[in-house]
Write a protein of this length. Structure first.
Length: 165
């Protein structure tokens, strides 16, 4: 028979869960739980002997010794019909508002489509229409493999030999 132990740690906005299972055999009585200096120990009595499972945070391990050493305090358990819902449901996040263009000195950046202007240089991503400044400034091309500047008529990169398409 498998015994499954699930440890849940939660705080506002965050929850962690960890489950482990062990072959323990049939229980001969209800498990006992003891608080120790570093967490808790679950004691399971079976026909094959006692089994001890140490739980520290969300980490669990089967102890090889069947004795609980040091200071321990029994924790009272109660039987429940279903797993209690201890988590508060969070309301869904609202969609993000479109970011306003940013300006810092001679730099300007906007995001729909993404554009960046610094002095007389301009970069656009996600736009299919050519920009006004690109019609007056020749557009430079670069090798996608090594980044070396290439000419429009080049079929191969003069630096790395990469085939240009």
């Amino acid at each position: 028979m498998q015994t499954v132990v699930t440890a849940i740690a939660s705080s506002p906005g965050q929850q962690q869960q960890s489950s482990n299972s062990w072959e323990t055999g049939s229980w001969s009585s209800a498990p006992e739980v003891f608080a120790t200096g570093g967490g808790v120990v679950v004691k399971i009595k079976t026909s094959g002997g006692d089994r001890l499972i140490q739980v520290q945070g969300t980490q669990m391990s089967m102890l090889s010794s069947t004795n609980i050493s040091g200071q321990q305090q029994a924790i009272a358990l109660q039987t429940v019909d279903a797993m209690p819902n201890t988590f508060q449901t969070m309301k869904p996040m609202e969609p993000m508002k479109t970011m306003e263009p940013m300006k810092m000195g001679n730099m300007e950046m906007s995001f729909a489509p993404m554009e960046m202007k610094i002095g007389n240089m301009e970069m656009k991503m996600g736009s299919t229409s050519p920009s006004a400044s690109s019609s007056t400034t020749p557009q430079r091309r670069f090798c996608s493999q090594c980044g070396t500047a290439i000419q429009p008529e080049d079929r191969f990169c003069s630096s790395c030999g990469h085939r240009l398409g």
